[in-house]
Structures are given as C-alpha cells and as structure tokens.
Write a protein that binds this ligand. Structure first.
Ligand code: PLP
Length: 388
C-alpha cells in the first residue's frame, strides 16, 4: 500500500533511536533526554495570554488565510528590519509556515524537478535531503569538517555537479555542529548561487540562540541576496514554541511565491489565535531572549566542564543548543557504541553523530534542552560509567 517514493527514504533515524530509548525506559530507567533539540522552557507569558485571549473571540476559529494575516507578515518584516536591517515587502517576500520543517520540505516540491541536484550539508538536518528525495531530486552532500570550521568548501564542488544543482541548503548557526558563519562566507554563498543559477536556502532557526555576545547574521544582509536566496526562520527555538508549529520563509519573491503555491494546495493556513500570539512573540524584549540564553549557556558550560573531567574535549559553541562532541578517540568505546553505552549503562540519551550524515560518525550531539539539575545529574552518571 506504500508509494514507491517512500522506499527511497531511509528510516528517520530519530524514530528508531526513540524506540531504543523507550525500551530502556520500560526497564524502569529514568532516562535523561539530551538527544533531541526540544526546548524545555516556557514561552513568554504574554504570548500565552495572547493565544488564550484570541481563542476566546468567536470569529477567530475559521481558516487562517493561505499567506497568513497581513499583521503577522508585517510583524515578521518588522523583526527582520530591527534585527538584521533587512527590509522585506511583506506581501511577496514573507510567508508564515506551519513550523519551518514544513516549509523546508515543501520548498523542494516547489522548486525541484526529478533529476535536479540538491546540495545538502553533511552532517545536517535530515529534512533537507528528505524533501529533495520526495521531489525525486538527487542529493549531493557537502561535508562539514572541523578543519574548515564546519563550513562547506564551495570551491571544491565539481563543475558537473554545480551545473545540475538547483538548490543548496545552508544552516548557520548550525545543527548539529554549533558552528557559525560570518558575512564573508554568506557573501560567497550568494555569489555562488548567482554565478551558477542555484537557489540558496539558508535555514536560521538558531539565529537568536547565541552566547557571549555573538550576533548571528541573516543571509539577506548580503547585497543581491534577494535575487538568489531565501531564509527559513522559526519561533520554535527563539521563543520556546516548538510545539506551536510556527515559522517563516522570507526572501526571493519567486521562491516564496512557488512555496506559497504548493502550500495553498496542501494546507489551509495557521490558526488565527496562533498567528496573533506569534505577533506578540516577535515583539518580545531582547532581555527575555538574553536571560533564556544565559540558562542554555550555563547548561552547556556544565556539560563542557563535565566532559573535560572525563578527558573529552568539546568546544563551547557560540550559538545553537548543542555540543558537538568528538568521540573518535574516547578510550574503551567504539565511536558508534558510545551513545548506546551511555544510554544503556548511564540512562543518558545523546544523539549519535552519524544520524546527521556520514561525516557525523565519530561525534555525538548533546542537547542543552533539559532542566539544569538534570544536566548535573547526567554529568554525574556519565562520570560513573566512564570511571573517572
Ligand atoms: C536546523 C533546523 N531547521 C529547522 C528545524 C525545525 O524547526 P521548526 O520547529 O520550525 O519546524 C530544526 C528543528 O530542530 C532545526 O534544527
């Protein structure tokens, strides 16, 4: 009963892993989940109030509109102008999404023909490749290596690939590596897209989860980016609203229009009260975001220091929610076995790096999205099984 195209999709690694975690939990182990990037903290109070208030208005329960409320598109454009100095036409360069994952997959359906090449980062967020596969496109991976700051080497992509490529995914601040990209790299990416007729899709859901004064740029700050680039963004991480399902695509109007065309045939827009709450969220004072980031920073620091005590050196990231931990040389464990050993023996779930692509082998990703006392407890349990 399954479509043939599903046979091309590898099983979603996290689904298999979750089953393994569930098995350990069934044995009665209280597993500390540091494997998924699911924010544990609450959104701002005003956002929740706004949702409730709007939900009490009888007229707010119909379809929310294919392109979302004009006021929401305005609020998104206002955020881009305040945050990045990027001016957007909210009628044609802004599209609200039912979470950015939805838009990422639908962009593939909107822009790719069977046989087109899509360039995706390895390691990287799985839906970039999955969307391409659903569209019948060919996925070519761009290795992100530590020696290049986890940035892809655009100058080493073979001409034969570049000639067939229609879309390239970039993601900074990066999941899973925590790497960041400066404006120089983003300018190179825009030039690469322009020179080769490739749409550059920059996925930036972690742009406001940053530490120690780091401020992440938008690709749309680059001159000429509107000609070749779209950016995906999300309220999931910035405002702890992952379950609410609200994100945005902004930038090149041709790509935004094509995405809107797919979406108008697939979904019927966002719940009106959710859109009002999103408007409220986008007006959140930067101090709220900074205070929340200070909590993540403390957790990441506890993990970095704890791992160091076990002889594992993990760099403190400048942004995003993750530690990308090289474990190739951790004594007594094979690289792929470490995450399983930690799960089975310590009841601490981290994500095996290979879940994010072949270049992730030899790493684990540890997420800071558990309460601080659970992070302390995780370090204590890991120290016990690592016998340090
Ligand atoms: C790089 C990246 N892009 C997109 C998303 C999806 O975000 P959303 O909740 O807006 O669908 C995630 C979620 O973890 C992510 O890590």
């Amino acid at each position: 009963m399954k479509a043939e195209r599903l046979a091309m999709l590898p099983p979603y690694p996290f689904a298999l892993w979750s089953a393994q975690v569930a098995q350990v939990e069934r044995r009665g182990v209280d597993v500390i989940r540091l494997d998924i990037g699911n924010p544990d903290l609450a959104p701002p109070d005003a956002v929740i109030e706004s949702l409730c208030e709007s939900a009490r208005v009888p007229g707010n329960h119909g379809y929310g509109g294919y392109r979302g409320l004009g006021a929401l598109r305005h609020a998104i454009a206002g955020y881009y102008e305040r945050r990045f100095g990027v001016v957007l036409d909210s009628d044609v360069e802004v599209l609200p999404l039912i979470g950015s994952k939805e838009g990422i997959v639908n962009l593939a359906l909107a822009t790719l023909n069977p046989g087109d090449v899509v360039l995706v980062p390895d390691p990287g967020y799985a839906p970039y490749a999955m969307g391409a596969m659903l569209a019948g496109a060919e996925v070519v991976t761009l290795p992100l290596l530590s020696e290049h700051g986890f940035l892809p080497r655009l100058d080493t992509i073979p001409d034969a690939i570049t000639a067939r490529a229609k879309l390239m995914w970039l993601n900074y601040p990066n999941n899973p590596t925590g790497a960041v990209a400066d404006l120089g790299f983003l300018a190179d990416a825009v030039a690469f897209g322009r020179d080769h007729g490739i749409l550059i899709a920059h996925d930036a859901p972690y742009c406001d989860v940053a530490y120690d004064g780091y401020i992440a740029p938008s690709i749309l700050e680059i001159d000429g980016a509107m000609d070749v680039a779209v950016e995906f963004n999300s309220l999931s991480k910035t405002y702890n609203m992952a379950g609410w399902r609200i994100g945005m695509a902004v930038g090149n109007r041709g790509a935004i229009g094509a995405l809107a065309q797919v979406k108008s045939n697939v979904d019927s827009g966002l719940f009106h009260p959710l859109q009002e709450a999103a408007i409220c969220a986008l007006a959140t004072a930067p101090a709220w975001v900074e205070a929340r980031n200070a909590i993540y920073r403390e957790r990441l620091r506890i993990l970095v220091d704890g791992l160091l005590g076990m002889g594992i050196v993990a760099p403190m990231p400048r942004a995003a929610l993750y530690l990308w931990v090289p474990v190739h040389e951790t004594p007594g464990t094979g690289p792929d076995g470490l995450a399983t050993m930690w799960l089975e023996e310590a009841g601490v779930a981290v994500a095996p790096g290979a879940f994010f692509g072949p270049s992730g082998a030899g790493y684990v990703r540890i997420s800071a999205t558990a309460p601080t006392e659970r992070i302390h407890e995780a370090v204590a349990r890991l120290r016990a099984v690592m016998k340090v």
